[in-house]
Design a protein around this ligand. Structure first.
Ligand code: ADP
Length: 733
């Protein structure tokens, strides 16, 4: 009963009741039993959609009630805004909620006054590095999706960040939320927390495999599900689910497969739409087309009109949200998604089909099976509480052998244990520099003591390995002059150099910083392409792959524009390194096209990427160029202004002549170009501009024009008195 929970604010039970929550779910009750509302640390390892969020809210709100401050760490930026929106419901009770995204290099002073702060683990790590004073005031830290410590790319940051927070505030309450994993006890042991380990779900889940003309379930039962001749099993399942009024989520292994499946499945859903649904879907499709006129969006809109959609990280944020909402509203009947949708976005569906259980892995050079943990998380999206009697999650088999294999491998299997990935060098390199720079440790021994608080240390009995990689990293940082060392009475003390401090605060992988510094030293003349290529070849940028035939194209470009590149170009005989270098060049060419004002859809076509990918590359490049600018300043090089210009051009996607205009809010790259063509070339021009000319350039958008003129301090931003005759006069002129 929500009334009898100790420690929570007195308004909370009523508030929960108003939201339809009368009783705690069993795992929530277990967490309360373990003291989660009384400051005790808890690891909750429970299935998807079993109310993990409320466990964290109980912890945070009771902590704030006692005068404390809570931090909620999310694994993805998209989830930061989602959680922020969710927690905002508490502001009416005087609980202030802040979200920290965006620029890495800041200490986020304004967050000092928030009771609850939501941030990604990278952001938290950087706040610690930049010495945000409120970090030491935290009384409660929540780590969402803590099983991601297993992720080779992002796991180590989460792991080290938790270790640092706990070292700084030894009494902090840690609440870690996890999918069901194989070694939850070990995670709890690492965090000195009580364990709530539960298989309970609010709605029954049946898992099974489709083979031939039937669904076979884990409890031994079977249901007929005939597949027509020439029909794919997925289509038959989607049709069958529709007959029962349900929707289907199909997981596939690539973006291309996602859009292909949506297109095919659209012909199944299309047959069953009502006239009203068709109208509403047309409206959603129109919004998608409006958002940006790329081929991806056009394709998505065509599928949506027929009641189907695809979902992957190449879509823009806006399109993704539209799809998620329409699917939750049961307007879209089937979504074909890459696994990004399984990661935390709340989109339950009657049936889940994991169509592809293998995915391509570049480092393995071929297809690899998904982990049990991943498949079970996709399974967990099946069944909408309060709507469906139960959820069903399915794999597809092509043969009797495969049927058996899939039952063994996934349906009956337990999820793998999570393993620390901290010993991987790039992670350790970055975190060792940060740990020394932020003063958490100042000797080799101090570092090893600190690292002893990580999951890695909990899991490894071979402390030699950790010592060995630690020593390698220290050497690397000393050689590159990010650290300096002194020998005092037998022990080696470590200190960050001024350059090392800068690198750590900028949140760069030290190897990226070394590459950039090496490229900048001795450069007298820099071009945007040269700078873009430089930052694209650092480990902090995910490069575009070369498609077949492109090696030649970019080799030609490399020689044609040889003088622009910074640092040495690897020889063609070092094939792997040369190819890497060309991939960076391809990525740099994309940025250059963007900064030359090419249209989005032209770029997506030329490079075979989605609009969301352009945004991703642009954001990363902007950050890395900002860092490059700072490093150039630190090294007292005279090319900093040229770097600044290159960064501004990428930020806004414009030629140099438009930078001044695009720095004005609400003036994007297209509007700036039209204003420029109408003779308004700078911010100052805009301030003194003839209003009708501005209005003409903005295609008669009055509101926008007013907002822009207000921004620049125009003497009379009000557009309502620009008469029709004035407008037509400006047309004649
Ligand atoms: P998870 O984070 O475990 O995936 P959520 O916290 O998003 O799951 O919870 C899933 C849904 O269950 C949410 O819509 C939430 O409002 C609802 N819910 C959580 N706890 C309760 C409860 N005790 N009673 C009724 N509904 C609940």
């Amino acid at each position: 009963d929500v009334e009898s929970v100790p420690g929570v604010p007195s308004w909370l039970p009523g508030h929960l009741r108003d939201g339809g929550i009368e009783k705690l779910y069993p795992p929530q009750a277990d967490a309360v039993e373990a003291g989660v509302t009384e400051g005790e640390s808890v690891v909750a390892s429970v299935p998807t959609a079993s109310g993990k969020t409320l466990i964290s809210e109980l912890a945070m709100l009771s902590s704030v009630e006692r005068g404390g401050k809570a931090l909620y760490i999310v694994p993805l930026r998209a989830l930061a805004s989602e959680k922020h929106r969710e927690f905002e419901q508490y502001e009416e009770y005087g609980v202030s909620v802040g979200v920290s995204t965006g620029n890495y290099e800041s200490s986020g002073e304004w967050l000092a006054s928030s009771d609850i702060v939501v941030a990604t683990s990278e952001k938290v790590d950087s706040l610690v590095r930049n010495g945000a004073p409120w970090i030491s005031e935290l009384s409660c830290v929540v780590a969402d999706e803590v099983h991601l410590v297993d992720d080779p790319n992002r796991g180590p940051t989460l792991e080290v960040t938790l270790a640092k927070l706990r070292r700084r505030n030894p009494n902090v309450q840690t609440v870690a939320l996890s999918a069901t994993v194989g070694n939850a006890e070990e995670v709890a042991e690492w965090l000195d927390a009580a364990l709530v380990d539960s298989q309970w779900r609010p709605i029954d889940l049946q898992t099974g495999v489709h083979y031939g003309q039937a669904l076979q379930f884990d409890d031994g039962s079977q249901t007929e599900l005939p597949v027509g001749s020439g029909e794919k099993p997925t289509a038959a399942i989607v049709r069958d689910t529709l007959t029962e009024g349900g929707s289907t989520l199909v997981f596939v292994n690539s973006r291309r497969n996602a859009s292909g499946a949506a297109k095919r499945l659209g012909s199944v859903t299309d047959e069953r739409l009502t006239a009203e649904e068709r109208d509403q879907l047309a409206a959603v499709a129109a919004e998608i087309r409006d958002a940006s006129d790329t081929e991806t969006n056009a394709e998505l809109a065509r599928a949506v009109e027929r009641g189907a959609a695809f979902h992957h990280a190449g879509l823009s944020r806006k399109s993704r949200t539209l799809i998620e909402d329409a699917f939750r509203d049961r307007l879209i009947k089937v979504v074909a998604a890459t696994p990004t949708l399984a990661a935390g976005v709340n989109t339950p569906s009657r049936r889940v089909v994991v169509r592809d259980w293998r995915r391509y892995d570049g480092s393995a050079g071929g297809m690899v099976p998904l982990s049990v943990l991943e498949v079970h998380q996709m399974f967990g999206r099946a069944g909408r509480p309060g709507r469906d009697p139960y959820g069903e999650a399915l794999l597809l088999a092509n043969s009797h052998d495969e049927l058996d294999e899939l039952f063994e491998k996934y349906v009956w299997a337990d999820p793998e244990p999570v393993r620390s990935k901290l010993a991987a060098e790039p992670a350790l390199r970055t975190h060792i520099l940060a740990t020394v720079a932020s003063g958490v440790a100042n000797s080799r021994e101090g570092l090893l003591t600190f690292l002893d608080q990580t999951l890695y240390a909990t899991q490894t009995s071979d402390s030699d390995e950790l010592q060995r990689v630690t020593d390698d990293c220290i050497d690397y940082l000393l050689v590159n002059e990010f650290l300096e060392s002194d020998r005092e009475d037998g022990t080696q003390s470590l200190d960050a150099t001024s350059l090392g401090h800068t690198v750590s605060r900028l949140y760069l992988d030290p190897m990226s910083a070394a590459e950039i510094i090496d490229g900048l030293r001795g450069a007298s003349d820099v071009t945007p392409l040269g700078l873009y290529q430089l930052v694209c070849r650092t480990p902090d940028m995910y490069e575009l792959y070369l498609r077949s035939g492109e090696e030649e194209t970019y080799t030609t470009t490399a020689y044609e524009r040889e003088t622009e590149f910074l640092g040495a170009m690897p020889s063609e005989f070092e094939q792997a390194r040369f190819e890497e270098w060309l991939s960076a060049l391809k990525t740099a060419r994309l940025l250059e096209d963007w900064a030359r004002e090419f249209d989005e859809d032209e770029i997506t076509d030329r490079y075979g990427v989605g609009p969301g990918d352009i945004r991703g590359k642009v954001d990363t490049a902007e950050w890395l160029l900002g860092a490059t600018e700072r490093l150039a300043g630190e090294l007292e090089l005279e090319i900093a202004p040229a770097i600044h210009t290159a960064r501004k051009r990428v930020e806004h996607g414009v030629s140099e002549d438009l930078i001044d205009l695009t720095d004005v809010r609400h003036v994007g790259r297209k509007r700036a170009r039209r204003l420029f063509e109408a003779g308004i070339e700078t911010r100052a021009d805009l301030r003194n501009a003839d209003k009708s000319v501005v209005l003409g350039a903005l295609r008669g958008r009055q509101k926008t024009a007013e907002r822009i003129l207000e921004q620049v301090g125009h003497t009379d931003p009000d557009m309502t008195n620009v008469t029709a005759s004035e407008r037509s006069r400006s047309d004649v002129e």
